[in-house]
Design a protein around this ligand. Structure first.
Ligand code: ATP
Ligand code: MG
Ligand code: MG
Ligand code: MG
Length: 401
């Protein structure tokens, strides 16, 4: 089943259960939202989780693109991408969590053909202010799904304050052998779907108060589910990455770990540009800039003549089509090429400045401030040029363009 079919099966299923499909937002949250990028499907819905009536009612379903800068360092493992799609459902003060889990179980096993024996759930085991989630526990026991109780891993919040609640996560077994152990005991259990019983609000002083209504907010990772349904053990092997796998190896012969970073970051950069962001030294533009620098650093490890000018436009088109973005692929590539030119220039300037006698010895705070303020050389770039890591990747060997 390819990703398009999964999306259709998912949204049809929830529509049959009374949910209205809402359009996913861009990666840019509403003005006034403290986060840089939408990092979960619930983001654009926060006011409605807090009680404002939604014009389309109390049952919603959508597909939301998300970007998690917090996952940048995880990219390259089998399950984390920087930009990914989250299939979401909401009960805005309507049905309860156990019904949501029941539907999820049916959709996975009956609608999407997952072997019920390959499922594991986790449930909130209770903490200081909120007791264990016995309702979810009972549902999973009735369905014969093994459950692990945790405390920290099963409490969802979007930040230190705001809407939050206990959650129940659904894991799929990705191993070649029969399932064993539990999600916290064996990482071949892959988390695919989180159901958050969004009933509380955390105040500044840490206290929890009830939200005006009892919501359920769920998020299912599309690329994770697709790869597992397609019998693959990493998100980089699902159908979405097929054109990348087919096209890029002949152009840039890299090893699999390097490819994963390059594919992920290029794809993420294309989507971020498609949502209107341009490279800059602050905020969202800086995230874009970091993505490009990190991928170039990996690309240049063996051969600094490689560059994003060679990126086939079909890959850009494939990505923006997948995210339903309307952008000129030539423009996107031009922007990446310009960013590459600036980075090369910056590296050259950095090397020249650092070759001066003044900077031969250990660098103090004052030197770092001077290099930054006068020469535009960020601290991480300076340390990596001194052989302490890759510029842009926060680790690894020095770059050699
Ligand atoms: P993990 O523990 O694996 O990092 P999470 O608990 O942070 O995942 P949630 O915040 O619960 O993830 O998000 C809901 C779903 O979105 C997850 O169950 C997963 O399927 C998917 N997801 C989360 N982060 C990523 C990512 N970086 N790349 C791809 N899919 C993701
Ligand atoms: Mg995570
Ligand atoms: Mg998790
Ligand atoms: Mg989770």
């Amino acid at each position: 089943m390819d990703t398009e079919q999964i999306v259709r099966t998912f949204t049809d299923y929830y529509r049959e259960h009374g949910h209205r499909r809402i359009t996913g937002s861009t990666l840019l949250p509403d003005p006034g939202d403290p986060v840089l990028f939408t990092s979960a499907g619930m983001h654009p819905l926060t006011p409605y989780l807090e009680g404002r009536p939604h014009p389309l009612g109390r049952r919603l379903v959508n597909v939301q693109r998300c970007l998690r800068t917090t996952d940048l360092e995880e990219v390259g493992d089998s399950r984390h991408l920087t930009v990914f799609q989250m299939l979401g459902t909401w009960s805005l003060g309507d049905y309860e969590g156990s019904r949501s889990l029941d539907w999820a179980h049916r959709l996975l096993t009956e609608g999407l053909g997952v072997d019920p024996g390959l499922l594991h759930a986790t449930v909130y085991g209770g903490g200081e202010q909120v007791g264990p989630d016995t309702e979810s526990l009972r549902l999973w026991q009735e369905r014969g799904v093994p459950v692990e109780l945790t405390v920290d891993d099963n409490w969802w919040s979007n930040g230190p304050v705001g809407p939050c609640g206990p959650d129940s996560e659904i894991f799929l077994w990705s191993g070649d052998t029969p399932p064993r152990s539990t999600p916290t005991g064996d990482d071949r259990w892959v988390e695919v779907w989180n159901h958050v019983m969004m009933r509380h609000r955390r105040l500044d002083d840490g206290r929890l108060v009830p939200l005006p209504q009892r919501n359920v907010d769920t998020g299912l990772g599309l690329e994770r589910l697709a790869s597992l349904l397609q019998g693959r053990s990493s998100v980089f092997e699902c159908d979405i990455f097929e054109p990348w796998r087919r096209t890029l190896p002949s152009l840039w012969p890299l090893d699999e770990p390097s490819f994963r970073v390059v594919w992920d970051h290029l794809r993420s950069a294309v989507v971020v540009v498609g949502d209107g962001i341009r490279p800059s030294n602050t905020g969202r533009g800086y995230v874009l800039r970091r993505l490009v620098r990190r991928l170039l650093t990996v690309l240049w490890r063996e051969d600094s003549s490689r560059g994003v000018g060679d990126l086939p436009v079909e890959l850009i088109t494939h990505t923006s089509d997948h995210f339903r973005q309307d952008v000129d692929p030539g423009l996107v590539r031009g922007l990446l090429v310009e960013e590459e030119r600036r980075f090369r220039q910056l590296l050259e300037r950095g090397r020249n400045v650092l070759a001066r006698p003044r900077f031969r010895g250990p660098l103090g705070e004052e030197d770092l401030a001077y290099l930054h303020d006068t020469h535009g050389l960020p601290r991480d770039l300076v340390t990596s040029l001194r052989g302490e890591g890759d510029p842009g990747t926060d680790g690894g060997g020095a770059v050699r363009p």
